[in-house]
Structure formats: structure tokens, C-alpha cells
Design a protein around this ligand. Structure first.
Ligand SMILES: CC(=O)SCCNC(=O)CCNC(=O)[C@H](O)C(C)(C)COP(=O)(O)OP(=O)(O)OC[C@H]1O[C@@H](n2cnc3c(N)ncnc32)[C@H](O)[C@@H]1OP(=O)(O)O
Ligand SMILES: CC(C)C(=O)C(=O)O
Ligand SMILES: [Mg+2]
Length: 557
């Protein structure tokens, strides 16, 4: 029999709060950020980081802008202890950065923790014990008083050791671990007891960190818990309320955001969300969410690729290609209508206007991505994507009527090839189908003259021998068209014409795009040359070459 049975679970019991205010709040300033990559992230790895990896990660965190960094659990492992000693002894911590260390509320561990911090300029000592009903009853086998006593004794011990080292600027932090599984009134009671020991003031605050150690409910219920806690806790103006959310229900960021609206001041999390089980809340996502609303996140993710590279190499974990903001595919549109909209919006977007591009919540360039990656062409793509790629890569600003012609050719190729088409392949298809001015006939020398009308005499080279054509018309193009019509006994009418200077890969070249109706059928020709007249007449020749080749093939068949 399957054990898949929802009746074995109980719903979360929400806190009873009246007149909640958090739904009307908005996030307008960045919280105090604290990274827990080197502790919570590290303790969740198959292979915990080496000292060298921790050093590299620490440097990244400082460069990104964190001012509070939990660097390890020094009483738990020699490696963590040594890393903290290296930070202190080698003076690796910038003056405005607090290193933070975690310890259980046990005297021998607290003592060892302080040993590791000897000589630190600034440090946060973070002590925790679990307060949830489940852990009280089954892990600690203690009543509420017993649990509160662990917290109080731990807080006293932390304070006593700090007093022996006045050379360090200490900040105390307490976490009622498993806060979300704790009756909120009891969490307040335990935190109040810790606050009584530490006696914080508005000038010298302590941190009370409320962890969703396991995420057990919807973010709105979590926000209720935070607002309730903030209303009830002692000396609210003397404490920094911090949140530490995990992602068990996939809502770690949402919970932290609503918790911030509910009154929290500080957010703990990790870069790209590594951490126990489904991970800690992702600081990149939350900070970039603020950024995309015009709020300064006070963290700088301009070099997102460095963030990804360091996180991946230190954690050995891949970054999902669709990870918010950071994933390699998050700014990529494959589908035709998205590509079309992005291309149009990007053409309107200027640096002096607020960002307003469909399907792109932020400008990819802000985090070191380029527009080249934005549109990738596969069988789901439309003309906009193809045109975008050719313009970005090769400076070819295809007129709309030619985009319509090229798109199905590219799509057919993609269906046969079965994947993403590179810009080089699109250019090859474009050249093969439209830039056909060299065979069977190529333009040799030509001469233009003008009396009443324009006239042209041109030599056309062919593998079987050269021919000379001559024609008149209103303008060079019209004269050349009439010359070709007469030579090949066809009727050529120019239906569409467009030209532009080439800006990519060439100094002074021009490109001409022509659509001609030849004996009732539509042909598209493109040519590039140093001057626009040569480019234009070769574009006409390209259309005629297609017609001549088609007729030859029909005759052979
Ligand atoms: C939610 C979180 O992420 S919390 C952080 C978790 N991180 C880690 O645990 C990583 C590092 N930890 C370790 O390496 C080990 O736990 C150590 C070295 C710190 C301690 O190891 P041990 O001494 O073997 O103790 P262990 O962690 O297994 O805990 C067992 C005892 O400590 C008690 N304990 C656990 N947590 C705490 C705490 N926060 N405060 C006080 N006592 C605690 C337990 O009740 C248990 O007591 P018992 O032996 O009387 O039954
Ligand atoms: C130590 C605490 C803050 C923790 O990591 C958690 O509860 O998830
Ligand atoms: Mg945690």
C-alpha cells in the first residue's frame, strides 16, 4: 500500500493577530544583510569547503558589499576554527565588516568560540537553542522552563566571555531555533529572557534572529508571526529583528520579503540559495527583487558571473539555468512573440528613460549580460528573433519584408537540426538564399551615363563566357533592371528597396535589400559593396540570378 497519504499531516496553527499592518507596507530600503554561506551553506554541503575555498568565498562576500558575514561554527570543527584565526591574525576583515560565528548554548562550545575570535576587531557571537514543541518534547525532553534556562545560561556565558575581551566590539545574537515550530508567545518569552541578560540599548543593540528553520506555512502566516513578535517583544527599540528563512516550501524569499514588511530589520541568507535541505533564502534574488523596483539593495551584483563561478566552485553545486536573475537562460527568449516584443521595446529603450521592456524585468547589462544572449533562435522563434540576432552580431538591419522571407527558412533549418541556431548559421542561410549576385552571373565593369534618361552598360561574367547588357531608365537601378529584363527576356519590377551603411565589421560599406517581382514571382536579393549604387544593382542581379537558376533547374527537370 502506498504511504502517499495527506491525512497524516497537520496544518500549521496560525498566530492570533488582529489588525495586521504588514500587507500595507512596502520595501523601500535595504535591510541589514548577513551572509550565512560559510556556515549554514557550508554545513549543508556534501564536501564542506576547504580553508582556501572559504577564503575565496569570503572575499566575494566582502566585494559584493556584505557588512555581516557568518564565517563558521568554530567550536565544531578545526577547519572553521583555523579559518577564523586566519581572518583575525592575517587582518583579512575590513574595518566596517563584522564576522559572525555560531555556537550552541553550551559553555564549553562558547568558550572555544571566543578563543577563535581572540583579537577580532568586530564580531557577532550567535548563540542558539531550539525552542519548538517537537524539539522540546522529543530531542531535549525538557519543558518550557528547561528550554528557557538553556537560552538564559547560554546568553550569560556569552556575556561573561565578551567582558573578558573588551578590545573587541561585540554584538550578541540569539536565535530561538525552529521559531516557526514554536508557539510565538513562547518564542517572545525566551527572547525576552535573553534580552534581560544582555540588557541592550538603542545605542548598543543585540540581534534577535527568528529562523524559519523549516518553512512550515505560507509567507503571509510567517509575516503574521513576525509582526506579532515585534509587537510583543521587550525593548523593541534596542533589538535588531533578523530573519533567517529556509526554502522548504519554495517560498524562502517571499517569506523574508513579507517578514521585512512585518517589521524585521535584518535578513540572513546565502548567495544563490545553498543551505540545509532545499536551501536558505537566496540573497541574490531578494536583493535583485528590490533593485528591479528601483530600491538600492546595498549589495552589488554587477558581476553576476563571478558570483556564479565562485559559488559553484566552492559548493560544487550547479546553478539552475532558470535561477532568478542569475541563471543562464533567464534573459533568453526563444518564442517568437516574446522575441518580437523584446526587439521592439529594446529599439525604443534609451538610457534616459525608465526601463520598460516586455519580458525583461531588468536590463541584462546591469549584471554583466549582453543583449546578444537575450534572443536565441530555435523552432519556436519568429522573425523578430532572427532579425535581432543578425542585427546584433552583424549589423544587418533587415527590412520587415525580408524578415518575413528569412524566418521560415531559419525555422525549417532549426526543425531539421533540432536545436538552437547560432547567429553564424542564420547568416549563412541569409547569404545562401539572398546574396546571390555572384552566380550564375556576376557584375563586372559597368558604366553609368545620364542624358535625358539614365543609361547603363554592364559586363556580366559567367563561367561559360561574359556578356554585355545595356538599358535605360529613370535612375541607375531602373536602367539596370531594364537591361536585365531585355537580356533574359523577363519582366523585372522592383517592389521593395532598402539600404543602409554597415556598422559592424566594415568601415564604409553599404548594403542594399531588394524585393523584385519577376514574371509574377517574388525574389529577394541582397548585396554589399563599397558604394550604394554598386550594392543596389548587384542586389537586383541577385534576384535575377535566382530566377535564372530556377528556370535552368526547371529545364533540366
Ligand atoms: C538549524 C541549524 O542549522 S543549527 C546549526 C547546526 N549545525 C551544526 O550542528 C554543525 C556543527 N555541529 C557539530 O559539529 C556538532 O553538533 C558539535 C561539534 C557542535 C557538537 O557535537 P556533540 O557534542 O556531539 O553534540 P550534538 O550536536 O550531537 O548535540 C547533542 C547534545 O547537545 C544538545 N544541544 C543541541 N543543540 C544545542 C544547543 N543549541 N544548545 C544547547 N544544547 C544543545 C542536545 O540536546 C544534545 O544533548 P544530550 O547529549 O544531552 O542529548
Ligand atoms: C542556527 C539557525 C539560525 C539556523 O540556521 C536555522 O534555524 O535554520
Ligand atoms: Mg539555517
Amino acid at each position: 500500500m502506498s504511504s502517499f497519504d495527506h491525512t497524516k499531516y497537520r496544518p500549521f496553527e496560525p498566530v492570533a493577530i488582529e489588525n495586521r499592518t504588514w500587507p500595507d507596507q512596502e520595501i523601500t530600503t535595504a535591510p541589514i544583510w548577513a551572509s550565512v554561506d560559510l556556515r549554514d551553506g557550508n554545513q549543508a554541503l556534501v564536501e564542506p569547503m576547504t580553508v582556501d575555498q572559504k577564503k575565496e568565498f569570503f572575499k566575494l562576500l566582502v566585494d559584493v558589499g556584505f557588512k555581516e558575514i557568518e564565517v563558521g561554527f568554530p567550536a565544531a570543527s578545526q577547519l572553521d576554527f583555523d579559518f577564523v584565526r586566519w581572518l583575525v591574525e592575517e587582518d583579512q576583515v575590513p574595518d566596517d565588516v563584522y564576522i559572525q560565528v555560531l555556537t550552541q548554548a553550551r559553555p564549553e562550545l562558547i568558550e572555544r568560540t571566543y578563543e577563535s575570535l581572540k583579537g577580532a576587531k568586530k564580531a557577532v557571537v550567535h548563540v542558539y537553542n531550539s525552542t519548538s514543541k517537537t524539539q522540546r518534547e522529543q530531542v531535549f525532553r525538557l519543558g518550557k522552563d528547561g528550554i528557557k534556562e538553556i537560552a538564559v545560561k547560554g546568553a550569560q556565558c556569552v556575556k561573561e566571555h565578551a567582558a573578558k575581551h573588551p578590545e573587541t566590539e561585540w554584538v550578541f545574537q540569539y536565535s530561538p531555533e525552529s521559531f516557526t515550530g514554536t508557539e510565538t508567545d513562547f518564542a517572545v518569552e525566551v527572547c525576552d529572557a535573553v534580552i534581560d541578560v544582555w540588557q541592550p540599548t538603542p545605542e548598543n543593540k543585540c540581534i534577535i534572529n527568528l529562523p524559519a528553520t523549516v518553512e512550515v506555512t505560507t509567507p503571509n502566516r510567517f509575516a503574521d508571526q513576525i509582526e506579532y513578535f515585534c509587537r510583543k517583544v521587550k525593548n523593541r527599540d534596542s533589538i535588531i529583528v533578523s530573519l533567517h528563512t529556509h526554502n522548504d516550501r519554495g517560498c524562502g524569499v517571499a517569506a523574508a520579503e513579507l517578514g521585512l514588511m512585518a517589521g524585521a530589520d535584518r535578513i540572513e541568507g546565502t548567495l544563490l540559495g545553498n543551505g540545509e535541505r532545499t536551501g536558505n533564502m537566496c540573497v541574490v534574488t531578494m536583493a535583485m527583487n528590490m533593485y528591479s523596483q528601483g530600491v538600492n539593495p546595498e549589495l552589488n551584483f554587477a558581476d553576476m558571473d563571478r558570483v556564479i563561478s565562485v559559488v559553484q566552485s566552492c559548493t560544487q553545486l550547479p546553478v539552475h539555468p532558470r535561477h532568478a536573475y542569475a541563471g543562464e537562460l533567464v534573459f533568453t527568449a526563444f518564442s517568437g512573440s516574446h522575441q518580437d516584443a523584446i526587439k521592439k521595446c529594446l529599439a525604443n529603450q534609451t538610457d534616459d528613460k525608465p526601463w520598460d521592456v516586455a519580458y525583461l524585468p531588468i536590463d541584462p547589462r546591469d549584471i554583466g549580460r549582453s543583449y546578444q544572449e537575450v534572443i536565441r533562435v530555435n523552432s519556436q522563434s519568429g522573425k523578430g528573433g532572427v532579425a535581432f540576432a543578425l542585427e546584433q552580431e552583424y549589423g544587418l538591419a533587415l527590412p520587415r519584408w525580408l524578415q518575413v522571407e528569412l524566418s521560415p527558412i531559419v525555422q525549417r533549418f532549426s526543425e531539421e537540426d533540432g536545436g538552437v541556431i547560432e547567429a553564424a548559421d542564420m547568416k549563412r542561410l541569409f547569404e545562401e538564399n539572398f546574396m546571390t549576385a555572384s552566380a550564375p552571373y556576376a557584375l563586372g565593369n559597368y558604366e553609368l551615363s545620364k542624358k535625358d534618361r539614365d543609361s547603363v552598360t554592364a559586363e556580366l561574367t559567367h563561367k561559360d563566357g561574359n556578356i554585355s547588357v545595356q538599358g535605360e531608365g529613370n535612375g541607375a537601378l531602373s536602367a539596370f533592371t531594364s537591361a536585365l529584363s531585355e537580356q533574359f527576356n523577363i519582366r523585372v519590377d522592383i517592389v521593395q528597396y532598402q539600404e543602409h551603411a554597415l556598422t559592424v565589421g566594415s568601415d564604409s560599406q553599404a548594403i542594399a535589400y531588394i524585393q523584385a517581382n519577376i514574371d509574377g514571382e517574388r525574389y529577394n536579393g541582397v548585396a554589399i559593396d563599397n558604394d550604394i549604387v554598386s550594392a543596389s544593382i548587384q542586389a537586383v542581379l541577385a534576384t535575377v540570378n535566382q530566377k535564372v537558376s530556377a528556370s535552368e533547374q526547371a529545364n533540366v527537370a
